[in-house]
Design a binder for this molecule. Structure first.
Ligand code: NDP
Length: 345
């Protein structure tokens, strides 16, 4: 194999507030042939996810942060281009975490092979991947919806939210979405089968929610936080469940001084309304993966569950596409097509 270069997106400096293009740089790294036990991967799809914003801060959380000068972390679907490993053959498709780069040498650890005959390989990063599992476990295991319940989900048309809302609908619930653009709200009702969807851009979100949820809210799947949380919280019924999955409206915050102090109000409501509020970190739910893949795979095949991908071409566009996650520019699971997908013919 001739040496080749991997084009990489590097975290050059830690963003303050919203990430800027200047916080990243492009590097060309020369890769040699794989050594014993190694494989060479060509990235086809790179997943862009809100959690990556947290990895840009030097703050210890549930996972290590990215060092400046390092390649940005990220889930990828790749094809094996050269193999010096008995476990992989040229042409195998794999899902793993090889980051924001066009090629990677890898020892095979934590890679999962994909069968393109089963589902489009891109879905391993979305509806049949980490965001889908988050939705499945976060709604069913934590939210515990019952037929007839009213379920509210924010970021309702995104990678996680769209699966949450549809599983709730399949479970016999009344589903209310909260999204940004009117086009997204229409899609939630017309394509995803939600009973209603309200825009968080509206100045009277709270009263619109009251109208859409005449019997209150039994399950709230929280992806956003901030004013969206405020609007939903007062509608939670006695014994309601809330899955805290994400708080994207806070991820670029630099100071919290103008935020209202929600704690006394929230604690009083937890007490008097006997609320159950639980966070989810998807890594705790790998034991649910077989059920998740079986159920969601079946719902997709029989047309009960739909998914939408927002695909942007080229690794050089990763930063601008990532910025768009925080302004609602993406419509569906955000992916970078880093190189040609040979399964599409
Ligand atoms: P999405 O595909 O939903 O994209 C993000 C969306 O969030 C945007 O399109 C936008 O939708 C909405 N949004 C962004 N900024 C704001 C804001 N300031 N106010 C209101 N809405 C906003 O992303 P994902 O589905 O991948 O992620 C959704 C949430 O789930 C995130 O909070 C993420 O961190 C979390 N998550 C948590 C996991 C876990 O294990 N806990 C795992 C995976 C995801 P719109 O245009 O509708 O406003």
């Amino acid at each position: 194999m001739k040496p080749l270069t991997s084009r990489q997106v590097i975290l050059a400096s830690r963003p303050i507030g919203a990430p800027q293009a200047s916080d990243f740089s492009i590097n060309e790294k020369l890769l040699n042939a794989p050594e014993a036990g190694e494989i060479l991967l060509r990235t086809i799809y790179l997943s862009l996810d809100p959690y990556m914003r947290g990895r840009m801060n030097a703050v210890t959380s549930y996972a290590p942060y990215v060092q400046t000068g390092e390649v940005m972390v990220g889930g990828t679907v790749s094809v094996v281009e050269a193999s010096n490993s008995p476990d992989f053959t040229i042409g195998d498709f794999v899902v793993g975490y090889t980051g924001w780069q066009t090629h990677a040498l890898h020892d095979g650890t934590d890679l999962r092979k994909l069968d393109p005959g089963q589902a489009p390989i891109s879905t391993a990063l979305g509806v049949l991947g980490m965001p889908g599992l988050t939705a499945y476990a976060g709604l069913l295991d934590i939210g515990q919806p019952k037929a007839g319940d009213t379920v509210v989900v924010s970021a309702a048309t995104g990678a996680v939210g769209s699966v949450v809302g549809q599983i709730a609908r399949i479970s016999g619930c009344r589903v209310i979405g909260i999204a940004g653009a009117q086009e997204k709200c229409r899609y939630a009702v017309d394509e995803l089968g939600y009973h209603a969807c309200v825009s968080h851009h509206s100045s009277d979100l709270k009263s619109q929610l009251a109208e859409a949820c005449p019997d209150g809210v039994d399950v709230y799947f929280e992806n956003v936080g901030g004013s969206v949380f405020d609007a939903v919280f007062d509608h939670l019924n006695v014994a309601a469940r809330m899955t805290v999955c994400g708080m994207i409206s806070h991820y670029n915050e630099t100071a919290r001084s103008d935020e209202p102090d929600r704690l006394p109000r929230v604690m009083r409501a937890i007490l008097t309304r006997r609320l159950k509020i639980q966070g989810i970190i998807v890594f705790d739910y790998s034991h649910r993966e077989p059920d998740f893949l079986a159920d969601v795979g079946r719902w997709i095949r029989n047309g009960e569950l739909r998914y939408r991908e927002d695909i942007v071409d080229g690794i050089d566009n990763a930063v601008s596409a990532f910025q768009g996650l925080f302004t609602g520019k993406n419509f569906g699971k955000l992916l970078i097509r880093v190189s040609d997908d040979p399964t599409l013919g």
